[in-house]
Design a protein around this ligand. Structure first.
Ligand SMILES: NC(=O)c1ccc[n+]([C@@H]2O[C@H](COP(=O)([O-])OP(=O)(O)OC[C@H]3O[C@@H](n4cnc5c(N)ncnc54)[C@H](O)[C@@H]3O)[C@@H](O)[C@H]2O)c1
Ligand SMILES: O=P(O)(O)OC[C@@H](O)[C@@H](O)[C@H](O)[C@H](O)CO
Length: 388
């Protein structure tokens, strides 16, 4: 029997990245989603196209050998597929991990194949697979917890490829950037070895990779999105063409670079090279990436380990500069009541109903005793005062 991958989330990164590389590695991919239109499109087609767009032109790959199941209506089918799969991946968004965990736990529970299932969450977050693992444990009977590791192995990952929302009428086809990076921990797989997926860069310690990625790519991307939206820009490329916004993005990246270089075995020149690549990637005029997509879910993005507070808090603890990051926090706080973004509505409500200190705790999870707490409270207060 061939290799089988179950992938949760048939969205942009699911179709345009994870499935592409699983397909290239020889896996049959079974997409799991809850959106009827995605599922029926995947069920009624035999292929879709992933097109890389860059200044060198376009390169199209055809993805085949997939199936699709709606977990909302066919949960038992999903359980059965997981029980015989080689790997489970997901790209559903950090807030959705808790909803996919119960069905994964059920599938793992009835496995009888000798090789454990490999589980790799492909979300923009630190410890994404650990979080999913925690929820899966919550849905595993206590008597089966000790042996869970014999049935499934869990590895964290860092995933990088810009996949904008796709233009209307694209169907399943995805237009994406050429660059990609997929880094996964190899230690959880022990002596039996990790899955054979050539696109993955396997490492012993993921922390430098995920922090470098989140605190460079996503910090700069979100900064451009929030400043860009305030300045009336509609895409990230448009925001990055504004010299003032570009200069703010550089300031923010200087701060996060100082943390990355100080904390990890990454030299200043290597980080500088990485920064230049990222600036050029997010400025890519061939990608129509909206400020609303990149700014989506502002409460998640303001979280304690996330792209702004995460590096700023660590810089504050090292008595280093984090002023530019505070500016991004301020702009993120202004991402309120954006159409289609529930968190932006919730953000407005939290800011309206709470004192600056309470709102800071609720939004960022920062400890009141933290050295940067008061400076965030000041920014929260400033944004709250504007809406009064
Ligand atoms: N788009 C990018 O550039 C990019 C790059 C790297 C990482 N990521 C990360 O990948 C994840 C997904 O992002 P995206 O841009 O593909 O978003 P998306 O909205 O395009 O895709 C998410 C998919 O998950 C599905 N989904 C929601 N709830 C589900 C459930 N309970 N079960 C199964 N499927 C469910 C949605 O219907 C949707 O199809 C996020 O964590 C994001 O941060 C995105
Ligand atoms: O997916 P989010 O909401 O965490 O962040 C939005 C973008 O910054 C993100 O999707 C990037 O395009 C991606 O992380 C690039 O690898």
């Amino acid at each position: 029997m061939g290799k089988k991958a179950i992938h949760f989330g048939g969205g942009n990164i699911g179709r345009g990245f994870v499935a592409e590389f699983l397909h290239t590695a020889g896996y049959e991919v079974v997409f799991i989603d809850v959106m009827d239109n995605i599922i029926s499109a995947l069920q009624s087609t035999k292929s879709y196209q992933v097109t890389e767009v860059s200044e060198e032109g376009e390169n199209t790959k055809t993805i085949t050998d997939y199936r699709a199941i709606n977990s909302k209506t066919h949960e038992e089918d999903v359980v059965q597929e997981i029980s015989t799969a080689d790997i489970v991946t997901c790209a559903v968004g950090p807030n959705v991990l808790k909803f996919i965990a119960p069905v994964i736990a059920k599938g793992i529970n009835i496995r009888s194949t000798p090789k454990p299932l490999a589980v790799i969450a492909c979300e923009n977050m630190i410890g994404g697979t650990d979080t999913l693992h925690g929820y899966i444990k919550d849905h595993t009977e206590s008597a089966r917890l000790d042996s869970l590791g014999e049935r499934a192995q869990f590895a964290n990952s860092a995933i990088d490829r810009i996949v904008p929302a796709q233009p209307e009428g694209s169907g399943l086809n995805v237009r994406i950037e050429k660059f990609y990076e997929w880094v996964v921990e190899k230690t959880p797989f022990g002596e039996a070895g990790h899955p054979d997926i050539p696109a993955i860069h396997w490492v012993d310690d993921l922390e430098p990779y995920i922090e470098r990625k989140l605190f460079t790519v996503n910090t700069s991307h979100a900064t451009a999105a929030y400043y860009g939206r305030e300045a009336g820009k509609s895409t990230i490329a448009e925001a990055m063409r504004d010299p003032q916004i570009k200069s703010v993005v550089r300031d923010v990246l200087n701060e996060t670079a100082s943390l990355i270089v100080d904390k990890h075995e990454i030299s200043a020149s290597e980080q500088q090279k990485y920064v230049e690549t990222i600036i050029s990637r997010i400025s890519n005029p061939y990608l129509e990436d909206s400020v609303e997509r990149v700014g989506r879910a502002p409460i998640r993005k303001l979280g304690r380990k996330e792209r702004f507070i995460g590096p700023a808090a660590q810089l504050a603890e090292r008595h280093a500069r984090y002023q530019a990051l505070l500016g991004s926090v301020e702009m993120a706080l202004r991402f309120q009541n954006v159409e289609g973004d529930e968190e932006s509505v919730e953000l407005a409500k939290i800011l309206k109903e709470n004192s600056p200190g309470d709102a800071t705790v609720q939004l960022t999870g920062l400890e009141r005793s933290h050295p940067m707490f008061q400076s965030v409270v000041d920014v929260v207060y400033l944004v709250q005062s504007e809406s009064k």
